[in-house]
Design a protein around this ligand. Structure first.
Ligand code: GLU
Length: 305
């Protein structure tokens, strides 16, 4: 039998599947508990060479922390690099992604845009006259990047998180007490929960990631996304995208990536491919077991630096 690219990827899913049982689905929200530990879907967008998929590639899941990649890019596009990095750091995380420790490290701002304190600061600076319009702008941005106009918010998941968001609420009030956000904390939190609950499939993630892989400025629905901003986002993903395992991941795998608590994973190989994975089994660091394995496998087969 000839091994086509498509069945190579299906073979990869089969190869990885046994390892998924070593992880566990997140208990962060009751909605995640219904996920199957052995679920794994992959999409790889090679640009002009097309998209490869394997597994249930049209199953929907919420982006969770993967959305932070897009909120950061939108903030950079809208406000510019200086504005963004005066208010949020560009450093590796310390402690857990949602802890107060991630807040102050000399500079007095959250360590980076991917810890929750930093992500809340980024949401505060997004375009839009009020929090709801900021959510719409983020949804529109992800629709434009992925080319899928049906992307929307899973309001049930957003509400569920909002009722359980005491840690993020505490971070919000803490940030406000330091004058790092100006929006009403409850409104900001509701906007953030909705952004985390944007529903996508792996093809959407792969397509959006392929935009991030570009070497030059990209025009997306009339907006010019600057190459320098795409590069910055990739670099942050490389050293801060995988929670507390980020440093180890950067050394071992080296593909800029971001995981979310739902099992959503995005990876970007410069000038070559955008990768979207859904694997709800998480490891102890909170990263998707399947997502990590796919990225590790690709990194082993690709010639890149
Ligand atoms: N909505 C989740 C939170 O803010 C996202 C966590 C994650 O995916 O890392 O806690």
């Amino acid at each position: 039998m000839t091994v086509t690219a498509e069945n190579w990827l299906e073979g990869l899913v089969d190869e990885i599947r046994p390892a998924l049982y070593g992880g566990a689905v997140s208990g962060y929200l009751p909605e995640f508990e219904a996920a199957r530990v052995d679920d794994l879907a992959i999409a790889i967008d090679y640009g002009a060479d097309g998209i490869l998929t394997a597994g249930q590639c049209h199953s929907l899941f919420t982006a969770q922390s993967v959305v932070k990649v897009f909120t950061l890019l939108l903030a950079l596009h809208h406000r510019g690099e200086d504005y963004v990095f005066e208010r949020v750091g560009c450093d590796q995380g310390i402690g857990s992604y949602n802890s107060l420790e991630t807040f102050i490290r000399g500079s007095g701002v959250p360590v980076n845009p991917f810890v929750n304190a930093g992500a809340l600061v980024v949401v505060d600076m997004l375009p839009g006259s009020d929090p709801d319009s900021r959510v719409r702008n983020v949804v529109d941005f992800i629709r434009a990047l992925s080319g899928n106009t049906s992307i929307g918010v899973n309001t049930g998941v957003a509400r569920s998180e909002h009722t359980l968001a005491d840690r993020n609420r505490a971070l919000g009030y803490f940030l406000r007490s330091h004058r790092l956000i100006s929006t009403d904390v409850e409104e900001l939190l509701w906007a953030y929960c909705q952004m985390c609950a944007i529903e996508v499939d792996v093809v959407d993630l792969a397509r959006a990631a392929r935009v991030l892989a570009q070497a030059r400025d990209v025009v997306v629905e009339g907006q010019v996304l600057r190459a320098a901003h795409l590069r910055l986002v990739r670099r942050l993903m490389l050293f801060a995208g995988m929670y507390e395992a980020s440093g180890q991941y950067a050394c071992d795998v080296g593909i800029p990536a971001k995981c979310g608590v739902s099992g959503a994973t995005i990876g970007v190989v410069y000038q070559r491919m955008g990768i979207g994975v859904y694997g709800p089994a998480l490891d102890r660091s909170g990263n998707s077991v399947g997502g990590l394995r796919v990225l590790r496998q690709l990194s082993g087969t690709l010639d890149f630096d």
